[in-house]
Structure formats: C-alpha cells, structure tokens
Ligand binder design. Structure first.
Ligand SMILES: [Zn+2]
Length: 263
C-alpha cells in the first residue's frame, strides 16, 4: 500500500491497525561512468514497494537525497549535510507518529546514510519514549547477506556501482545502464577505495574526485540482469520476513513489561 494514494481519513483508520510504515531512503549521487545517479533511491524504492505489496506494510514516498558528502566533487551529486538529513528524518518520523503510526522501518540504499539514520532513531525514541514507538533502520544490502553472497559479489570490494548494484539496475532499468562504459571500467579494474575500513577503523584522508577516481567499487562488467533478478528476489523475501517479525515485536529488545527480553 502506498501512503500517497490514501486519503487522510483512510490514513487515520489504517494507523489504528498499527501497520509497519516503510520509508525508502537513498541518494542522488555518482555511481561511476556506467550508472545513473538514481541507483540507491530507485533500488530502495523498488524493494520497499515490493515488500509493501507482499506484507501489507504501508510505503511512504521516497526521500531522494541523502548524506552523500563523500562524492560531493562529482557533478550531479546532491548531498544533504548530516544535520539536514537528520532533520528530514526526524520530521518524517514525527509526522507519521503524530498521525498515529507506531512502527517505522527506514530502509536505505546508501550505506553512509545509516550513521545518521541511527542517530535520528535514538532521538525519536527519546522524544516518544512512553508511546510504544519502534524504529528500525537498515541498509538493504545487509538484510539478505547470506543469500546475496551466494548469488555474486555483494560485499567483495565494496558495494558502490559494483556487480550487485549494476545487476539490479540491468534488471530494473536496462536502458539507463551504459554497458559499454561498464565494460571499460571492468577492463581497467583494480581495487580502489575512497574510504577505508580495512584495519577496523574508518580512514578518510582526501575527498575523491572525478579526475583521479572513476567512482566505482569492484568490477561491474560481470553484472547481469539475471543476477539482478535473483538479488532482488532474495532481498524482497528476507526483508518481507523481517517486516512480519518487526510487526510482531520479535526483535524488540525491551518487552511490553518494560524489561529486556530473554533470548
Ligand atoms: Zn549505490
């Protein structure tokens, strides 16, 4: 169900059924020479809508911009600062909660957003501590990790404009993929990183720019639409299961009696 198609009266009545509300998040940012700027939000929005259809969760319109400071030197990238992004998340959650909704699932296609999403979730729970609100915040690539790793190179070399994202785009928006450029990137492939987590510490020393770095992690030339379909199936299946479990409170760390749950 899409929130945008409801009337306010229907939204009011639906809130009483305590549905999970999915908010698609992502970015408008560079994805190498071969993919359009929409990858993160278009994929998150697609997955959110498919999961919403399968589980009867309510899906809000997507927020097309995120925390994309890492790629700010690449033309076309539109980045919120962390403060603006957090404010947008607080306003979205606050509006939903004022409308009577209690279970909010922020699903994200751009992993750096997650730092800010978690901060916003802390603040929301702080603001509404006595009102039985639950917030889930995740980047979708981590929600079906085992299945995705069995399909292809989900995590190898990072997940930006890589084989996985390129496969998903080939499946969803074939005409938007510049395949000749993907092959070119593949030919010149060597592992490059704009940010490092190699030693267990985040290391950032300079902003990457388009003169020195094509903005791709991994080798997109091994992508295929068939793999894209398999990735999406795995993600939609596991994330749908998560939505059922989230609605049931399966993962709530604190029980209804206010005490931490035993596992
Ligand atoms: Zn991406």
């Amino acid at each position: 169900m899409l929130l945008e198609n409801l009337t306010w009266e229907e939204a009011r009545d639906l809130a009483k059924e305590d549905p999970v509300v999915i908010v698609p998040l992502g970015s408008t940012e560079q994805h190498g020479p071969h993919l359009p700027l929409k990858v993160d939000i278009a994929s998150a929005d697609y997955i959110a809508r498919a999961v919403g259809e399968r589980t009867n969760a309510l899906v809000t319109p997507p927020l097309n911009f995120g925390f994309s400071e890492l790629w700010h030197k690449y033309p076309g990238t539109i980045s919120f600062t962390a403060d603006t992004f957090k404010s947008a998340l607080l306003d979205i959650c606050n509006s939903l909660i004022r409308g009577g909704f209690k279970k909010i699932f922020l699903i994200n296609g751009h992993n750096p957003n997650l730092i800010v999403m978690q901060t916003a979730a802390y603040e929301i729970i702080d603001m509404f501590e006595d009102e039985d609100i639950s917030v889930a915040a995740s980047t979708y690539i981590f929600m079906a990790a085992d299945k995705c790793n069995a399909i292809g190179e989900n995590f190898k070399d990072g997940t930006h404009a890589n084989e996985m994202e390129t496969s998903i785009m080939l499946h969803l928006f074939k005409d938007d993929v510049r395949w000749d450029k993907a092959l070119e990137v593949g030919e010149n492939y060597r592992l490059r990183k704009a940010i490092s987590f190699d030693a267990g510490a985040m290391i950032l020393n300079k902003w990457p720019d388009s003169a020195t770095y094509n903005g791709v992690y991994g080798d997109p030339s091994i992508a295929s639409p068939e793999k894209g379909e398999l990735y999406l199936e795995a993600l939609i299946e596991d994330i749908s299961q998560f939505v059922y479990d989230f609605k049931d409170g399966k993962y709530d760390p604190i029980g209804k009696d206010g005490r931490p749950k035993d596992r």
